[in-house]
Design a protein around this ligand. Sequence first.
Ligand SMILES: [Fe+2]
Ligand SMILES: [Fe+2]
Length: 391
Amino acid sequence: MPGKVAKIGTFSEWVGLFNDWRKEIGVNTGEIEAFHFDTLYGAVETEDIEFGHYKGRRKWENLRQIPTQQMRDALMNMIVYQGDTEFASVEQQRHLLENAPTDWDRRAITRVMIEEMRHGWQMCALLIDFFGYSGKVEAQKLLERRAFENKRLLGAFNVDVDNWMDFFTYTDFVDRDGKFQLQMLKYSAFAPLGRSMSYMLREEAFHMGTGNDGLRRIVEAGVIPGWLIQKYLNKWISSSYDLFGTDHSSSAHWAYVWGIKGRYDEPKNDKAADLDDLNDYNRHLYREEVAGLIERFNHSLKPGEPRLYAPDIKFNRFIGRWANRKFHAQSGEPLDDRAYSEHLKEYMPSAEDKKLLLDIIETEKKWIAEKTGARDPLETIGEVRKSAINL
Ligand SMILES: [Fe+2]
Ligand SMILES: [Fe+2]
């Protein structure tokens, strides 16, 4: 919105907007209300820029040290996108607090929401503390867009996550895209951004673990049929592929040259980066990780159930070189128009599938195996931040 006026001048004024936002979207439960939010910075591996044109120079501590306005704009944009996904995910999941399968799961989603809010908070602290007037405007806008009004910046973050199958699949695979993004920003030449990532990454691990273990418990229970689980994997994993962005992206190219966003495996990758194909490079690393995790679910399958798999990287894509083209979810073979519309019915969740899923969840008490041996998520929430360095 050009010419938008900031209502806030300081971070504590922004916190007022954040408190209003929590109430407005309906997630201000007692446990969330009681949580003390903080801006947390951790250590980075090196104080020197790790890749790109400025490699070897000192990382930048503030905006003045960043060489060009274009670079500052690109950096701010990246922080805005990251923050937008954090608040969006809370909006997407907001109704799930009311119908958790067990009390452990209710406490786990409460923790996930608290931590996503803290991630959004952290991004807004960067915007307000380092990016001047336009940073304040952007931090305010991050609390004004709504996932349920289709206003969040990325497609996957406007879709409802309104049942617990969605929740576990989402936290396993969409949050895992989040992990990849955070890891790539951890190597950033902008030091405050890099330092923001270590705590965010540690918190993210709980989200992915909750999702992955939730899916394992579902597979183990053997009540929801494998073909239905596969449809949910297809839905969320294909949209996570899109989250890595377009192929031949010039913004990814420049973000790398400028040292503000690295490859997922940057420190251990000694090959020169293919600047023209960075997003797809990271996307393939993501798919490998996901395929390995799904392979593990197959050990818990009941005999006779079809093996689960990560959908082909070309399936159901809306961004990148395979966008809007028609491929088989498992084999990746091209399909013609008619075959593809049939294929989608068999490989993506339909309204009927969702109805069946909700029926099972409602009527079959044992649709998910018990969570055993785990500590209370809200009791352990503070542990990861005990060693935070607050600069
Ligand atoms: Fe997050
Ligand atoms: Fe997360």
